[in-house]
Every structure is written in structure tokens, then in C-alpha cells.
Design a protein around this ligand. Structure first.
Ligand code: C5P
Length: 222
């Protein structure tokens, strides 16, 4: 195995993907955004107007499409078959429906198997909800990022402003709280801190500070 397996989990909008991308780049590791896989499947299901709780149909859909990633300077581009969906998978409709799809056990089994394959060689930073508990229970380093709902909504609000999305702070707070609830109360691999994960509260930290802490921990483990 060449390089560490680093798992970064935590609730929505706590900064996981931002810091995961930065530290992966720093160590020349692969970055895998597992949320993007659940999002891509959700987007495809919405496009085909499938019932999002119909596990059989969604498994069939997952067989029919190819979800792939391409590295990019700002993280990674996401494709369904040959179509780029990098921005579409971040739309509000996908964000507000993805937890329903991600709660289906057969979907999780299929995507977790892909994620484990990607991590085999090591040298990887993977972010999600169940990486430390289920996908890579033997990861070399497990980080659990948390932040207050108010702060996370504020970050999402600022991010949205740049994209021209005008959802109110109050609505964002409610949406984030709702997604956290769904993700941590589902039966199959709910969002949970692994016993051996290191928790970092990012509420009053800068991105640089969080990256520094994780970098230090990675150097210790190397
Ligand atoms: O990380 P991101 O916000 O893009 O994840 C979108 C959704 O995908 C989460 O709210 C969760 O429902 C699901 N997810 C998951 N397990 C993962 C990653 C994401 O259930 N490992």
C-alpha cells in the first residue's frame, strides 16, 4: 500500500470536501467525494422521474449508467456517461432529495463496494458520512468534522451567493438540519463518528487551520 487511507466524515456543509481536496493535493493523493456518487444517481433518477424510494428501479438505473470522475484543479469533475454533471449534482433539488436515495441499503452496498475498490491502493482522501465506520473501517486516519448548524448555513449561504442562488439563511438552516437528521437516523450505516475518529469542530476555524491540523495528523501517521 502506497500512502495512507484518510477518511473524512461529518454532517452536511461542515467543510469536508473543501479541506479533503486541499490535503489530498498537498500529499499528491487521490481525492474521492463519495457524496457525488449518491448525488449523481439522484440526479439521474430525478431526470427519469423514478420513484426515489423504489430500490429495484434505482439499482437497475445504477447498472445502466456510468458515474465517473475526472481530476480538475478545483477538485474533480463528475460525469454520468459522457455528460458532465459537476454543477447539476449540487442543485437544490438534488441536495434536498439525495438523502432519500442514500438511505436505500442496496444502493449503499453497491456504492460502498466501488468506494472500497478506489481506496485499495492507499494514497487517498475520501469524504462522506460512513467512510470511517463502514467504507474504510481500517483507515489510517479518521477525521470527523463538525460545526454548528448556524455556521454551516452561513457558509452555504456565502457559497450560494457566488452561484447566484438566493435561498434565505433560515431555509438553508432548516434544509441542513433536515439532511443531518435523515443521514444520522437511517438504518443502514448512519452518519456517526467512528470510535477512533478525531473530531474537529470547525465552527470558529479557518480552512487553513483545519487543513493544518489534518496535515499534522497525516504526517504523524505516515
Ligand atoms: O457530502 P454531500 O453533501 O455531497 O453528500 C450528499 C448526501 O449523500 C448526504 O447528505 C448523504 O445523504 C449521502 N451520503 C451518504 N454517504 C456518504 C456520502 C454521502 O449517505 N458516504
Amino acid at each position: 500500500k502506497d500512502g495512507l487511507q484518510v477518511a473524512i466524515d461529518g454532517p452536511a456543509s461542515a467543510g469536508k470536501s473543501t479541506v479533503a481536496k486541499i490535503v489530498a493535493h498537498k500529499f499528491n493523493y487521490i481525492y474521492v467525494d463519495t457524496g457525488a456518487m449518491y448525488r449523481a444517481l439522484t440526479l439521474a433518477a430525478l431526470d427519469q422521474r423514478l420513484e426515489l424510494t423504489n430500490e429495484d428501479q434505482l439499482i437497475e438505473l445504477l447498472r445502466q449508467i456510468t458515474i465517473s470522475f475526472q481530476p480538475a484543479s478545483a477538485g474533480q469533475r463528475v460525469f454520468i456517461n459522457e455528460t458532465e454533471v459537476t454543477d447539476e449534482i449540487r442543485s437544490e433539488i438534488v441536495t434536498n432529495n439525495v438523502s432519500t436515495v442514500a438511505a436505500l441499503p442496496a444502493i449503499r452496498r453497491a456504492l460502498v463496494a466501488r468506494q472500497q475498490e478506489l481506496a485499495l491502493a492507499g494514497g487517498i482522501v475520501m469524504d462522506g458520512r460512513d467512510i470511517g465506520t463502514t467504507v474504510l473501517p481500517r483507515a489510517d486516519l479518521k477525521i470527523f468534522l463538525v460545526a454548528s448548524v448556524a455556521q454551516r448555513a452561513k457558509w452555504r449561504y456565502l457559497e450560494n451567493q457566488q452561484k447566484g442562488i438566493t435561498t434565505s439563511l433560515k431555509t438553508l438552516q432548516a434544509e441542513i438540519a433536515e439532511r443531518d437528521y435523515k443521514d444520522s437516523h437511517r438504518a443502514t450505516s448512519p452518519l456517526r463518528k467512528a470510535p477512533d475518529a478525531i473530531e474537529i469542530d470547525t465552527t470558529s476555524l479557518t480552512i487553513e487551520q483545519v487543513c493544518e491540523q489534518i496535515t499534522r495528523l497525516m504526517i504523524q501517521k505516515a
